[in-house]
Design a protein around this ligand. Structure first.
Ligand code: TXA
Ligand code: MG
Length: 329
């Protein structure tokens, strides 16, 4: 028997009328995919456990993987967590922006959001259209990246539609994400021992300058606790379906069955199996296009994707972190 099909998600431009409509859907416990400066997120009322449960179902995400809560203004922070002076210093310097801070949570945050932990991850995004939606909704919004669990994060509304179009109803259009990589996550449960859980556009050394102390780097995985809780669970994070192999340098590329992704456009005319992340090799440009290029190349039927790693520190660290996960290291 044919299965009843769900209507495909509709994409809404950020007009005043659409924002009012989407805010009302969020208040009623529905999910809305939203643009952010890092990647697109799948948002729901963070204070409503049933609404948050829908996110896990739509993404196929295990309930042990906690969600990030997005706020519009600093005033909302004490509602969700107990911010230390150290946390406030980081918030004042980097918010709104691509930084997520993990802090001891308050009673009001449902267990489903934090996967039962006594801490909550909070971020104030800078994307202007998402900020207007947050203001209209007047609620903190829990939002993981808007992709099927384990696949590459979405940086356009079309990517969201590709992965979740038959599982959600509403997508807010906000153009391509300007940063292109998920936020930096810093664990400040102990303000004297800040820990970097996930590298992002805000680098560990930028955090250290504001904090005046060392930020310890998490292990190879940005999900140390989660990896311990669920060994193997995270091994296919951010992965295309085609196997990915990493290289320090790539130049002349041979087998036509394999794809090659370089950081910078090569000087010589290239074959159809050669792709690049940025015309001039800028790391900002490479970060911005990384997920879109991986998604595009993943659809082309190559037997392997060979990718050149980024050189240098800072943003290169975040790019290489995502590449390692894509390659299943
Ligand atoms: O840029 C971003 O952060 C995007 C946009 C949508 O804001 N969101 C995002 O969410 O990347 P997601 O779910 O794909 O990654 C969130 C990660 C979790 O996998 C977990 O590792 C970490 O944040 N996290 C959340 N709550 C945590 C907590 N209480 N303690 C430690 N880590 C936590
Ligand atoms: Mg994600």
């Amino acid at each position: 028997m044919p299965q009843p099909t769900r209507p495909l998600a509709r994409t809404y431009r950020g007009t005043t009328r659409n924002l009012a409509f989407l805010a009302s859907r969020l208040k009623e416990g529905e999910m809305v995919a939203v643009p952010t400066e890092t990647v697109y997120g799948l948002a729901a009322n963070a204070l409503n456990p049933l609404a948050c449960a829908k996110i896990f179902r739509a993404k196929g995400r295990p309930r042990i993987d906690p969600l990030i809560v997005h706020i519009h203004s600093l005033k909302e922070l004490p509602l969700l967590c107990k911010p230390s002076d150290t946390a406030l210093r980081l918030a004042k310097r980097f918010w709104p922006g691509p930084l997520t801070i993990v802090l001891p949570k308050t009673e009001i945050v449902p267990d489903i959001v934090t996967a039962g932990r006594d801490s909550v991850a909070v971020r104030m995004p800078s994307h202007p259209i998402f900020r207007r939606l947050l203001a209209q909704t007047g609620l903190p919004l829990a939002a993981p990246s808007a992709n099927r669990f384990g696949y590459v994060s979405p940086t356009t509304a079309a990517h969201v539609r590709d992965g979740l179009g038959d599982r959600i109803s509403y997508i807010l259009e906000g153009g391509p994400s300007s940063i292109g990589l998920e936020s930096t996550i810093v664990d400040l449960r102990d303000p004297n021992r800040p820990q970097l859980l996930r590298p992002g556009a805000i680098t560990a050394s930028e955090l250290e300058k504001v904090l005046g102390c060392r930020v310890t780097r998490g292990g190879k995985t940005a999900h140390p606790t989660l990896a311990q809780l669920a060994p193997g669970m995270m091994s296919r994070h951010y992965s295309p379906r085609t196997p990915v192999f990493l290289h320090r340098y790539l130049d002349g590329c041979a087998p036509v069955k394999e794809a090659y992704i370089l950081i910078r456009r090569p000087a010589k005319k290239t074959a159809a199996n050669v792709f690049w992340l940025d015309e001039k090799g800028s790391l900002q440009g490479a970060a911005q296009s990384l997920f879109a290029v991986l998604r595009r190349v993943d659809k082309l039927g190559f037997s392997k994707i060979n990718v050149e790693m980024a050189g240098g520190g800072g943003l290169a660290e975040a790019i290489n972190d995502r590449l390692r996960r894509a390659a299943n290291w």
